[in-house]
Design a protein around this ligand. Sequence first.
Ligand SMILES: CCCCCCCCCCCCCCCC(=O)SCCNC(=O)CCNC(=O)[C@H](O)C(C)(C)COP(=O)(O)OP(=O)(O)OC[C@H]1O[C@@H](n2cnc3c(N)ncnc32)[C@H](O)[C@@H]1OP(=O)(O)O
Length: 176
Amino acid sequence: MNKVELPEGATLPVRHPDAPAPGEELPVHYSQCFGCGDNESGLHMRVRAGEGLTLHGRFLVTDHHQGAPGLAHGGLLACAFDEMLGMLGMLTHIPAVTGRLETDFRRPVPVDSTLHIRAQVDGVLGRKIYTSAVGRLNAEDGPVALTAQGLFIEVGLEHFSKHGRGLEGRDFEVNP
Ligand SMILES: CCCCCCCCCCCCCCCC(=O)SCCNC(=O)CCNC(=O)[C@H](O)C(C)(C)COP(=O)(O)OP(=O)(O)OC[C@H]1O[C@@H](n2cnc3c(N)ncnc32)[C@H](O)[C@@H]1OP(=O)(O)O
């Protein structure tokens, strides 16, 4: 269990026929999600589908997200990446959870900046889904502030009912 590196033999999964069309905004997968929901203290991220197995997201960094004065907290930036990489499941319809998340912080992210994150599925091998993302400052072609690789592990839906809560009451939506 070392670095997340695309192994030999990994293949690209199929984009699910019911995946949101390129350009379409993704629905909130759970209203209380810290990343994309209307959770008061959350990140309020907005994500739209890109071509193929890609997503484009925006995270506006506010005073609520500081670590050092005027700068985004690194853990919250990693959270934004976790959200984006997790949301790739909406393109593949493979239910999965984060096994490993690697984040490289390359440039400080000031309060009031918008982080533009492009995420993609790089390949699948067995239950392991390899993903990566890049975050740029204030524009889709702005300077690179972060990059990340995520290893997601496919799980059965019982993972969420066994370990979480609310699935029975339709409080949790994995496939809106
Ligand atoms: C209809 C569907 C629509 C879907 C629409 C989705 C939309 C929804 C959007 C969600 C957006 C939310 C975005 C946030 C996403 C989170 O934040 S998820 C929450 C954080 N993650 C967790 O809580 C996971 C906690 N960990 C676990 O539950 C278990 O460790 C796991 C990950 C399920 C794995 O356990 P397991 O099932 O017993 O599997 P295990 O045999 O240990 O491992 C399987 C393979 O993965 C490898 N592996 C496991 N963990 C690791 C690791 N950390 N590093 C490296 N390799 C690992 C193993 O080595 C093994 O490899 P192979 O031997 O097969 O080569």
